[in-house]
Design a protein around this ligand. Structure first.
Ligand SMILES: [Zn+2]
Ligand SMILES: [Zn+2]
Length: 158
């Protein structure tokens, strides 16, 4: 059962879809709920496995159609490098530019929307006569928690 936080996010998602003239059906809502509950990106097959616990008849196209819908309504992002999905941290933003910080140790992904980064990229591209349409950046590294563990001094020997 999703927690109160997830429930509020699902309600917000439903309202956003309604504004787009789309309907967050029970199935789409379940898939979004699974993505919201996860603390790391989920692949389509991981989602399918979890969905099958609720809907025995779920097949790959079920999940792919739901993921297409959720992406089109800007509720989730696909992390290309991992071929997996995360919920959007800020519903309704323009999904043509965003940055993702991917922790290689714990697998956590944080969405960052630094408009300074996008502006710098757009300027650099324009200087080369290039007009970017989409600027999704995926950074690999260590999150704050894993980074701290990594630099901590080794335990003292007895
Ligand atoms: Zn987003
Ligand atoms: Zn980490």
């Amino acid at each position: 059962m999703p927690g109160p936080d997830i429930a509020a996010q699902l309600t917000a998602a439903e309202a956003l879809c309604a504004r787009n003239g789309a309907r967050l059906t029970a199935l789409r809502r379940e898939v979004l709920g699974l993505i919201l509950c996860a603390n790391a990106p989920l692949t389509a097959y991981q989602l399918l496995d979890q969905l099958k616990a609720m809907r025995k008849s779920a097949v790959p196209p079920t999940i792919y159609r739901a993921l297409d819908f959720l992406s089109a309504n800007r509720l989730i992002h696909r992390i290309e490098r991992l071929n997996a999905f995360v919920s959007c941290a800020e519903t309704g933003h323009d999904h043509q530019d965003a940055q993702f910080l991917i922790c290689q140790q714990c697998g956590a992904v944080v969405e960052m929307e630094d408009h300074g980064v996008s502006a710098a990229l757009a300027r650099a591209a324009a200087a080369r006569g290039f007009s970017p349409r989409r600027a999704i950046i995926e950074l690999d590294g260590l999150c704050a928690t894993c980074g701290r563990a990594d630099t901590a001094p080794p335990p003292e020997r007895p």
